[in-house]
Every structure is written in structure tokens, then in C-alpha cells.
Design a protein around this ligand. Sequence first.
Ligand SMILES: *[C@@H]1O[C@H](CO)[C@@H](O)[C@H](O)[C@H]1NC(C)=O
Ligand SMILES: *[C@@H]1O[C@H](CO)[C@@H](O)[C@H](O)[C@H]1NC(C)=O
Ligand SMILES: *[C@@H]1O[C@H](CO)[C@@H](O)[C@H](O)[C@H]1NC(C)=O
Length: 380
Amino acid sequence: MTCSPVRLNTFTLLLLLFNTGTEAGLINIFAGAINIAARVVTTLTPSSGIFSYTANKLIGYSLTTVAGIVDKICTIGLRIKRHIWWSEVDLTHIKFQLRTACSKYTYSLRDAWKLLNNSDFHPSRKVVIMVSGWTQTVNHSDTIDKMAKVFNCRGDVNFLALDMDQYLNTFYIWAVQNTDSIALGLAQGLTMLKEVIPIKNIQLIGHSLGAHIVGHAGRYFTERTGEKLPYITGLDPAKTCLAAEQRIGRDDAHRVEILHTNPGVLGIAEPLGHIDLYASFLRPYANGCRDVVCSHMRAVDYYVEFLYPGNKSGFLAKRCASWEHLRAEQCTGKNYAMGNIDFRVRGEIFALDLNPRSPFGRDSLSKYGSRRWDCGLCQR
Ligand SMILES: *[C@@H]1O[C@H](CO)[C@@H](O)[C@H](O)[C@H]1NC(C)=O
Ligand SMILES: *[C@@H]1O[C@H](CO)[C@@H](O)[C@H](O)[C@H]1NC(C)=O
Ligand SMILES: *[C@@H]1O[C@H](CO)[C@@H](O)[C@H](O)[C@H]1NC(C)=O
């Protein structure tokens, strides 16, 4: 095994660069990528590109550069599928979970119409469907708990979480591989939901890998029905190992909005939607974060705070004239309240100006006070 020093050094270095000690899971992303790279190394000839990614070449490069290299390794790995065991997604295992403050009700995608028999489901209200990121199962997800709490506090929508069983709670590479099938399942569920809920009432929200799942689901939905979903929100869409065609994009719904908090590292830096909001310009760390996981999760924290009644106007977005202006951190355009941006625009870039700690919105403190912290939790 002549290549093992390369493997070891690259692996160790990536761990040092990326593992900030806050989330063991992060190690797995890169361990996954590097494991696959190692298989590639043992099957490809030394003249192929992988050998240029040696450890000493990585030293001194930025997080963004290293993340890009991991991506390349990963993409090569994904092409060599014959070495890898891929799990098949069984769509009967994917479900909608209706969350109220006090209850969780589970419906198979096929039986979504049964929601109408549930007195906790309000057919006249909008429906928000949330898809979480990697390693989050529906009952053990902070992301879903936070979202459920805020929507139950508002009391103006039916909040559904996509229950993906164990399909994303697995090695990162496998999770990426499953996003397509899960998206197809979600699109089937939406096609059935459409029979009982006007499609204009549905918003999909996804974080990290979940952002690509909701985007792809929108695309499949359009292929099947000829209709477009009205509204998709992507919270820091995942970058690692995702091929271009797997990404959430502007064609996936009438309004696609993207919030970037860890651009170029765990999240995608390039604009993807009709509206792309950048929380800390193109900096790899969100304001107040000292590691990439914190930054990647901030997208959820910002959006949740933004959703609380009264916090909306604290999130001011300034229009950036171009990508170059964003990069130069010179966005001097008009100020918009984040929720009031006109979605008829195409491909606009905005920079948010947020506090380093909660409350993140610049005015959220003064607007808050009147609501109790337990708003949206079960009061029984
Ligand atoms: C829903 O309610 C209708 C009418 O009350 C009933 O006929 C039907 O069996 C119920 N369906 C389910 C799945 O509970
Ligand atoms: C989640 O919790 C609910 C109720 O607490 C339960 O009915 C459901 O089966 C759980 N789902 C999973 C996937 O564990
Ligand atoms: C508004 O945001 C602030 C900051 O996160 C938070 O403390 C407050 O609880 C939010 N409002 C509500 C109703 O929760």
C-alpha cells in the first residue's frame, strides 16, 4: 500500500482543519470523503489527479480551498460506485409528521389525505413542510423542534416535518446518494396532497442536504403535474459532495429563496435562487461563530428568529449590485425588510446585517418582550 502515507496525512490534516470539536458528525463528512478517496487511490493509477492532493499541498490553504478539494475527491468517489454498497430507499418508510405544540401525528406519504380527518389539521391554513439536514431524524432534530415551535407559536400554518426514517442518519456519502430518492418520494406525497390542499398554500423549507431535497422535489413535482410549487426556502444548501445537477435551483418553484451562512465551506457560495441572502457576505464564518458547524446551523437560527411574530422587521437586507460587490463587501443598495423582498426579481443578491448573538435581528430586542419564551410549546 504505497499510497497510505498520502491517505493518512490528508485525512489527519482535514480533521485538523475542519473538526473544531463541536460536532463529532462533522468528522464523518470528511472521513466519508476520504475513505472513498482512499478506495479510489487504490484503484486508479498514480498518474491520475488524485495524487496531486497530497497533504503538504493542502497546508496553508483556506477552508474554502480545502472544502473544494474534498468535493473533488468526493465526486471522484461517487463515480466509482461499484466499490460501494448503496442502500435503496423504500418509499413506504418516508412519512409526513404533523406537529402541533402537544402532538405528533404520522402519515405515510400515500395517506396524506387522511390529514383532513385530523381536527388538529386546519385545511384553510397554509402548509409548511420542513426537511432537515444530514443525521437528523424526525424525533431527534433540533432543527425540526425549533421550526415546529416557531410555527406553532405563530399558529397560522400546519407544520409538517418530513420523516425520512434513517435515510439521512447515515454516512454522509450515503445520505447524499439518498437525497434524490427521498425527493422523488416527497414529490409523490405532494402530488397526493395537492388533491386536498391548494398547491398555492404549500411552502417547502430545507436545511443543508434538505435544501436540495426540497428543490429536487419541486422539480419532480413539476415533471409529474406540469405545475410549479409556489415557494421553496433553502437554508444554507449543502456543498460537500453535491454534483451541480443535484443542487436546488431557480426553476424548482416560483419563488426560491436561499439563505447562505457558511458559503464555500459546508454551504454553497454561488447564488442559486431568485433571491440569495448572505448573512456574512462570503466569509466562511457567520458573525459570532468560530467554526463551520455553528455557521452552517446559523441559517436555521436566523430563519427561526425571523419567523417569530414581531421579529420580521429586524432582518434588514441590503441589495448588492453584483457578485463582485458582495465579495468586496460593498452592498450599498436599498434596504429591504427580509420578508418584503419582491420575488418577481430574478437572481438578486442581498447582504444581511445581523448581530453576532441572539437576538440576531438588529431590532429584535425592542420588538420582542411581549411574547413568552414558551410560545409554541405544549401548555398542557
Ligand atoms: C375520515 O372521515 C370520514 C368521514 O367522517 C370517514 O368516512 C373516513 O373513514 C375517515 N378516514 C380515515 C382514514 O379515518
Ligand atoms: C416520533 O414520535 C412519535 C410520537 O412521539 C411516534 O408516534 C413516532 O413513531 C416517532 N417516529 C419515529 C420515526 O421514531
Ligand atoms: C425574537 O427573537 C429574539 C432573539 O432570538 C428572541 O429572543 C425572541 O424570543 C424572539 N421572539 C419570540 C416571540 O420568541
